[in-house]
Design a protein around this ligand. Sequence first.
Ligand SMILES: [Zn+2]
Length: 311
Amino acid sequence: MFTQAEDIRLVIPRRALEVVFDECDRYDTDETGGRILGTYEKRGDSLVVTVNGIIEPGPNAARTSTYFKQDGDHQERVFREIEKREPTVEHLGNWHTHHVNGLRHLSGGDIETYRRTVEHRNHNIDVFYALLVTERQPRKTGGDRYFYKNYLLRRGDPKVYEIPPSALSLTHDPLVWPSGVAPQDSLTIPAGAADEILKRNRVYDRDFIDQFYPRLKSYQSRELGVYWRGPITLIDTSTLEVVVLEDASGGVPAYRVNLRECPEHLSQFAEQFGARDFPSCRAALLTVERMCNYALYEGHHGKKRRRKWMF
Ligand SMILES: [Zn+2]
């Protein structure tokens, strides 16, 4: 569905990412987004796309977890103001987030909309740039707290280009918009948002575990806080005893896995999992199950020396 871009360079000021991530923090259950301003130019064989502004979605934007419509009138007013000061600035494209719905790339609907825009005669330039926030990174702060991807569509070219991280440069350049606002410290997630994430996670986890891991039970202890414990069944019908601990001390909850009485051939994973934070209990369980099944499968079908990994 996506073509790796080989001739596109992308320049993004860190301040632009801060504006985007702050907006994501504010709408943690709904999709949100905004317009991206900047310039683009041909340099040799490359196309250089430089971001220099983000226009907020506006007071009349509509949002749900799967739908987002910007306040176009507001955005156009802002754009006309900026244009007076900075005549070279263009509407490069849009950004929006999927961190609330789990889809880690542009949807078919997104592509259709962007395709229509780039082919539209009122779209002033021959490219459309899209930044997509895909995921929150548990426990990470500042510019690392979300994963994001970059795409470009070109007029008259049916491909959707994904710009690899290696083609991206982050700068400390100022923005033309939002302007006049001192960069604020965005290291903290609002207290209310963290609480909401925790509550929602617990509800999703409960439903998911009831359906897919019915032998796992949740517990609460003074010492450990909230945790889940029980056996999960692996591909070779053996069972693995897992404990998933919730840690809400850092604001946004993180989840850690312990494998109890872990068979030797899976012990390499016990260590790996123990050192890793997961964004939910269900993410932790799915990862453990898949990785262990993979190890078992590899042990069975892989090199002979691995045979001893099988029960
Ligand atoms: Zn989307």
